[in-house]
Design a protein around this ligand. Structure first.
Ligand SMILES: Nc1ncnc2c1ncn2[C@@H]1O[C@H](COP(=O)(O)OP(=O)(O)OP(=O)(O)O)[C@@H](O)[C@H]1O
Length: 588
């Protein structure tokens, strides 16, 4: 059973002939997402207070959308809740759509209007066993918003005797709390404390804390009558993850002070005067807006929002900036003449409010622009991606060309190196042949008449030595050195492995040549020493060799070598042992 059928069962069902008061009433959609393209009436609901004790009943017949007042007429509303209606059902019909719209990006305002003691605070706040619109809205908001993109903050004020009091910061001077327009078209209170909250419980605790500062007094109809208008505002600041733009929507929940005609107490009379003044201003504005809507909208008509702080604060909502839902509470059990008149006044106010047509604009256009912005960002990212893909292709080709060029260069270097190596090997072989030849000459010629040849041989040996050194230098600085550096930087490629192998071969070759040169040095030194020994042993006159010291050393060389070889018939004399084994092999 839905809440409407349940309400129906609880309402008196005495059908009578009625005069429809709200003739321009149009059914309001209960979809959660409002259609902003067409004007929508303010949602108006009436809640009948149950009898809390033995009392007379006015027996005003009611249906889920009408209430009939004898001799007055039938009032038609979006919802009429019978005395047994549950607060959750009231919330579902009165508040849920507005709350959802605030989450969706609209401003929303819900206010309770009615005579004192008729159940405004009960409907807005409820009791622990039956929470009212405010706690249910808080839970709904926290269940729906995405905390990745939304922050929630709250302010809570009351307007008492036309002065604003900050219920979350009660000590702040009322004079400093001024109403002012904001660039986004809202009216906000300067210096009002606005507290950021992270959980629904945190927000509910703040409200409870603020309620302690609310002005209540005992009145004829309510022992704890709220003598002020209480306005709780919940701000949802949404940030767009793509554009990082922020926009704020606000849900205003107003528990208005109770209207009453007269009070015996002077203080109550003064309060009542202020309350009535602001409610009168609200009623006047509603009447003007209603008439304006009936006349298809006269935007030039002056609407006196500034006549009271309440209407000034609600200006943005009442002028079409928010989805508005009004809950009017009545007590049909209060049969006092004055109370009945007040109840009819409440119904008339509600009927006028029902006629007000508004076209709330989405406060957060970001939701709409977000998709456009998102599309633009996506398109730009797509183009970037395409550009980068094209650049990557170019780079791939360049890298491939570079690799090919590097490979070609390596091959060329390798070929050059191979050529030089071959040349070097040929020179080395020639040098070996030449050294072998010289050695043979030195070992096989007689002492006389060969000094000139030996000098030439020695000079030739020196020349070869210089040439080999030069080749060594070239090998160390040339292609091999380059090959060394390139191979170490990319040792993984097969080309590099090949070059490394070649490099190793070249290094081995150089080592061999160095050893060979060292042998040459050792051999020459040995020959020098042998020559000096022979000179001492044969007693040859030094005058026969008068040229250079070199000549002096070479002249006895042959004799000494011959002597040594003669003495060591096995051919293992000092000179022989100092000759490079390779050389020895080639000499054989
Ligand atoms: N629907 C209801 N069901 C049960 N009790 C109710 C209902 N409506 C009101 N009451 C009770 O009636 C009393 C007065 O209600 P409430 O304080 O909400 O009136 P009010 O309209 O806010 O009055 P005021 O304008 O003087 O502050 C409270 O004790 C409240 O619990």
């Amino acid at each position: 059973m839905d809440h409407r059928s349940r309400r129906n069962m609880m309402l008196p069902s005495t059908p009578t002939a009625h005069r429809r008061v709200s003739s321009t009433f149009s059914a309001t959609s209960h979809d959660d997402t409002p259609d902003v393209s067409v004007p929508t009436n303010i949602t108006v609901s009436v809640r009948l207070k149950p009898s809390l004790g033995p009392s007379l009943s006015t027996s005003w017949p009611a249906t889920p959308s009408t209430i009939s007042v004898p001799d007055v007429g039938v009032f038609s509303f979006d919802n009429v809740f019978g005395p047994a209606a549950h607060s959750r059902d009231v919330y579902a019909s009165v508040a849920k759509r507005v709350v959802n719209s605030v989450v969706e990006g609209y401003h929303g305002t819900i206010f309770a209007y009615g005579m004192t003691g008729t159940g405004k605070t009960y409907s807005m706040q409820g009791v622990p066993s039956s929470p009212g619109i405010i706690p249910l809205a808080v839970s709904e908001i926290f269940a729906q918003v995405s905390f990745a993109t939304t922050t929630i903050s709250v302010s809570y004020l009351e307007i008492y005797n036309e002065r604003v009091k900050d219920l979350l910061n009660p000590t702040v001077a009322s004079d400093s709390l001024k109403l002012q327009d904001t660039p986004d078209g809202l009216v906000r209170v300067r210096n009002l404390r606005c507290v950021r909250v992270a959980t629904s419980q945190e927000l509910k605790d703040l409200i409870s804390h603020g309620d302690l500062s609310r002005r209540t007094e005992g009145t004829e109809f309510n022992s704890v009558s709220s003598r002020s208008h209480a306005v709780l505002q919940i701000f949802l600041e949404k940030s767009d993850p793509l554009t990082r733009a922020t926009a704020t929507t606000v849900l205003s929940l107003c528990d208005l002070a109770g209207s009453e005609r007269a009070a015996a107490d002077a203080e109550r009379r003064k309060e009542g005067a202020y309350i009535n003044r602001s409610l009168l201003a609200l009623g006047t504005i509603i009447a003007r807006l209603s008439a304006s809507s009936a006349a298809a909208g006269d935007s030039h008509e002056h609407i006196p929002y500034r006549d009271s702080k309440l209407t000034r604060l609600l200006q943005h909502s009442l002028s079409g900036g928010a989805l508005v839902s009004v809950l009017c509470t009545i007590d049909t059990h209060n049969t006092a003449k004055q109370a009945l008149a007040e109840t009819v006044n409440t119904l008339r106010f509600a009927a006028r409010a029902k006629n007000v047509a508004i076209t709330p604009a989405r406060a957060i256009t970001a939701a709409a622009t977000t998709s456009a912005a998102a599309n633009a960002v996506i398109e730009s990212l797509r183009l970037d991606l395409e550009r980068e893909r094209a650049e990557t292709e170019v780079l791939k080709v360049e890298i491939s060309d570079f690799r090919k060029e590097a490979y070609d260069n390596k091959i060329k270097e390798q070929q050059k190196y191979d050529r030089e190596k071959r040349e070097l090997e040929m020179q080395r072989d020639a040098l070996k042949d030449r050294v072998t030849h010289l050695t043979r000459l030195i070992l096989g010629g007689g002492p006389a008449g060969i000094s000139g040849e030996k000098r030439a041989d020695r000079a030739e040996l020196d020349k070869y030595k210089a040439r080999v050194e030069e080749l060594e230098r070239k090998l160390a600085q040339g292609p091999m050195a380059e090959a060394l550096s390139t191979s170490s930087s990319s040792s993984s490629s097969s080309t590099d492995l090949f070059l490394q192998q070649k490099l190793k071969d070249a290094e081995a070759e150089i080592r061999e040549l160095k050893e060979y040169l060292a042998d040459k040095d050792r051999m020459i030194n040995a020959l020098k020493r042998a020559s000096s020994l022979t000179t001492r042993r044969t007693g040859l006159k030094e005058t026969t060799i008068q040229d250079s010291e070199e000549e002096h050393a070479l002249r006895p060389l042959l004799g000494s070598v011959m002597n040594i070889n003669t003495e060591n018939a096995g051919g293992h004399g000092e000179t022989e042992s100092l000759v490079n084994p390779k050389l020895r092999r080639s000499a054989k």
